[in-house]
Design a protein around this ligand. Structure first.
Ligand code: AMP
Length: 215
């Protein structure tokens, strides 16, 4: 199964991707996670990416595409993958198509997780992520019962630097201008499945599995 997750920042793509990973054992490839890891490790790529991320801008394609290509060479992607946060604009989608064509592969679905724009701000300002295992929480909707520690592994929870109100506004603008057009791009290929990203995480996951014909 090779799928692309579409949806605005805060739509819950990462949360649903992690549930797919847990249940079906296919890897999630999140360019945001890869970039944050590069920033934490202080690599040259991370240093280049950081200023864009802090401003809520897209990191240049040249940086992201190289990183995705490297990730795609790893063994675990042979059984499929969930692309989360990539592609982020039409030119990245075109490069992905070429990458897949050269491997004689195609995408099975582009799954759009739809959430009303007015809900996104609270979802993003309330978001907390476990430093150790990546599990996500929301202080308003789905807090950890252990406060600042992860329910799953006890790791420390952190608030992403770019989940601050001013940066979120910029990220939503960038989404509207650059990423939302991907919906039409993939509609043109006839592979879009849309689900409502509101309600409980488990209910949304049931819809994800139904849309993807997973048991
Ligand atoms: P995310 O975790 O997907 O919300 O991404 C966080 C930030 O990383 C974004 O606001 C961008 O600055 C950067 N980023 C993540 N994925 C991409 C991508 N495919 N292309 C460009 N920038 C990206």
């Amino acid at each position: 199964m090779r799928i692309v997750l579409l949806g605005a920042p805060g739509a819950g793509k990462g949360t649903q991707a992690k549930k797919l990973v847990d249940k079906y054992g296919i890897p999630q490839i999140s360019t945001g996670d890869l970039l944050r890891a590069a920033v934490s490790a202080g690599t040259p790529l991370g240093k280049e990416a950081k200023s864009y991320m802090d401003q809520g801008q897209l990191v240049p394609d040249s940086v992201v595409l190289g990183m995705v290509e490297e990730r795609m060479k790893q063994d675990d992607v042979k059984k499929g993958y969930i692309l989360d946060g990539f592609p982020r604009n039409t030119s990245q989608a075109e490069v992905l198509d070429k990458m897949l064509a050269s491997l004689n592969m195609s995408l099975d679905a582009a799954l759009s997780v739809d959430v009303p724009f007015e809900d996104l701000m609270k979802r993003l300002t309330g978001r907390r992520t476990c430093k150790a295992c990546g599990q996500m929480y929301n202080v308003y909707f789905s807090p950890s019962s252990k406060g600042d520690a992860c329910d799953k592994c006890g790791g420390a929870l952190f608030h992403r630097d770019d989940d601050k109100e001013e940066t979120i506004k910029k990220r939503l603008d960038v989404y509207t201008a650059s990423t939302a057009p991907l919906l039409d791009y993939y509609k043109g290929k006839g592979i879009v499945k849309s689900i409502a990203g509101t309600g409980s995480i488990d209910d949304i996951f049931a819809q994800v599995c139904a849309a993807l014909n997973l048991k």
